[in-house]
Design a protein around this ligand. Sequence first.
Ligand code: GAL
Length: 684
Amino acid sequence: MRRRTTDPAFDATQVSPWNDGIEGLAYGGDYNPEQWPLDVQLEDIELMREAGVNLLSVAIFSWATIEPREGELDWTWLDATLDRLHGAGIRVALATATASPPPWLTRKHPEILPRLADGTVLHQGGRQAYAVTHPLHRDYALTMAARVAERYQDHPALALWHVDNEIGCHVPRDYSDAAAAAFREWLAVRYTTVDALNAAWGTAFWSQRYGSFDDVLPPLSAPTFANPTQQLDFDRFSSDALLDYYRDLRDTLRAITPHVPTTTNLMASTSTKGMDYFSWAPELDVVANDHYTNAADPERHVELSFSADLTRGIAGGAPWVLMEHSTAAVNWQPRNRTKQPGELLRNSLSHVARGADAVMFFQWRASQAGAEKFHSGMVPHAGTDSQLWRDVVGLGQALRALGEVRGSRVRSRAALVVDWPAWWGAELDSHPTQELRYMDQVRAWYRELWRLGVTADVVPPTAALDAYDLVVVPTLYLVTDEGAANVAAAAERGATVVITYFSGIVDEHDHVRLGGYPGAFRDLLGVRTEEFFPLLADEQVHVSGALGGFAADLWTEKSSVAPGVEVLAVYDDGPLPGGPALTRRAVPGGGSAWYVATRLAPEGVEAVARAAATEAGVLPGLSARPGVELVRRRSDDGTRSWLFAINHTDEPAHVEAAGFELLTATTVDALKVPAGGVRVVREA
Ligand code: GAL
């Protein structure tokens, strides 16, 4: 893999803010004018003005339009587009046009196509058919990005660079020969000697010892379980390789326009496992995220909140860009149901409440042809005489009314600790149970915090935890010594720390921490587990104690507790009757460390979350009905705050809040939020 080209001397202070020239919050979406005749493009400008659009992502998938045949470049349409947008006062996030290589390139150089673990080649005809590590593809992509940057470096519409698109979306893991070569280079940098690799991978097992880095391959389809550390390192490598591609493109742009900020659209959510975005964040001038709700999920607004809180965590608390979401239906779920009345506004403003300073969509105008023609846009197939268009115009008005929140931040006192290597590790094969899903556990705890009205920052294990009184650590299977010490320090400083089963089990090489589970957290929790007792399919146990009685499944373990550790619940039945299922250790220094040794049903998670949040003093004082999302943003100097109240229920809700309500422009001393509606109060 190419080494970074980043100039360590690059002066980041010369980079302009991404929203220079935009008043208040940004509003817009992906704009693909190349799909439309000129009269439609001219109408677009009028409609954009009507909706209040001020930022668009342009030329994301335009490589083949700009360069239909190798070396033949047609910029006329893009010149005209940028000029027109500038004329209308619209800023542009200009893409590198590299998101999908043109057909001539993959036909001429099929060696740049990516491969699956079983050798299947992924061909052209869809999108993103490139091996991200292939040197030839890299050269072509960098050349394209440089051409775009050279042509438009002085264009007044240019606000920010949009590098490629959702890097790793379709091909998070590539097993091509180029990837294998890059993996070997990455390993040589990580381990220096092949003996160090052998030690880390535990290759004394199954005759796997390597005599040379040249013998190492990606974890291709094999007769049985591939070496778990090899799999884990391939996950790390793949995330790094995708980031390296971003970095190379960014540095190409920076060399031409050092003052223009650069980003790429992440996909932070409960389903994007491939990329360790916490490690990507330092490379982005502003964090941008794409998020799509799952129509089949009745609690999709909670998953949306998680995605937004995770994005804020990736951004280190700074405001971020919602680069894509949908106005209505998407085209890629099994059943693509549109949004309910008011859901568009609720979704958009939930992102804003949680730190977004931009609300953007895929895409401006719903396509007439191609695989995404049934994906919603801001302008629907039905045209402007439609509820959707009226909602899009209404959203633009709402965002203008909220302009003053720009730059303000969410300040949480609760943290939910999430980690990609722990996610990769927890779901490796050959484990005590194949049923464990890392994100299920993360979601379960996030959901109950959400329902309790506790806004949580989603942060990595090594994040500064000083600001938090409650720290929830779901199933952190893999943890470094540094991460474990950081979590322990939070409890020693006075925080309430809640850790759930199958945490602290292995180090960064996936080697078991010996002496009893939960290894890295054994002392902190005062719990020692001798053996795991995963439950069989459909097997349930019952636990009871100080917080009540609850069902649990998936996981139990045979543990004992150190003197002074409280056992808050025991198993009533199952393989370990009477054994500890929930414990709490008072930590010298004022904090506490709770251990949840089984997968509690939602009522159990709710009870523990409530008890821990109460102990930590982070339950909100505000009263509201369940299903009413209350989130606060505060100005940097702490003098102003805005309370977002998003009512996901079909009854009006009353919220104790006083101040000036921005969406209705009225002074309120008690807030009534209509069924399915949103209110935002600048607090008195
Ligand atoms: C994103 C992508 C967009 C569009 C959208 C559809 O993954 O960046 O180009 O395909 O999904 O939901």
